[in-house]
Design a protein around this ligand. Structure first.
Ligand code: 4NP
Length: 176
């Protein structure tokens, strides 16, 4: 695969697969999964770009999204009700084209597990207004306002991820 994941996939039938990863898979990465899927569907890419999420830790496997995360999403018009937490498995690298970490700890963990050539980056590196190493901070032990900030950061990065994916599947980015 080329460095930015684009070019060599044009015309292929296989979808482009993105996994969003945080620590517990009950706050940040499931919020990012819901938001990114919404952006992709609005751009007509819902069938060719597949999104899922996982945590690097396994404490919450099988649980729904944190209720503060689900409520923050619902207040903004998204539906987070179907989520169930999973732990990231190293074998998944072979089944994903892009793995996006929410913070630098998750990034380090993923890069330790990743095979040579895996495309593992920070989600916010796709936000043109954020520094390259910007993180989505863990909101778990804070208040509800932390979840609102998390949603803003995710929304600011999601368009850039969608444009990257659109190029990777050979579709010209389409602005709405
Ligand atoms: P997340 O938040 O990584 O955004 O899902 C957390 C959820 C649970 C824990 C930490 C962070 N925890 O320590 O249980």
């Amino acid at each position: 695969m080329s460095v930015d994941g684009a070019g060599d996939r044009a015309g292929t039938a296989r979808p482009y697969r993105i996994c969003l990863v945080c620590l517990g898979n009950i706050c940040r990465s499931p919020m990012a999964e819901v938001v990114l899927r919404d952006v992709l569907e609005r751009r007509g890419l819902g069938d060719v770009v597949v999104v899922d999420s996982a945590g690097t830790g396994g404490w919450h496997v099988g649980e729904p999204m944190d209720e503060r995360a689900a409520e923050t999403l619902a207040a903004a018009g998204y539906d987070g009700s179907r989520h169930r937490a999973r732990r990231f498995e190293p074998a998944w690298f072979a089944e994903r084209d892009l793995v996006l970490a929410m913070d630098r700890d998750n990034l380090r963990t993923l890069r330790r597990l990743a095979p040579e050539g895996a495309d593992v980056r920070l989600l916010r590196s796709f936000d043109p207004d954020a520094p390259e190493d910007a993180e989505v901070p863990d909101p778990y032990y804070g208040g509800r306002e932390g979840f609102v900030r998390v949603l803003e950061m995710i929304e600011a990065a999601a368009e850039g991820v969608a444009e990257h994916a659109a190029r990777a599947v050979g579709r010209a980015p389409e602005r709405r």
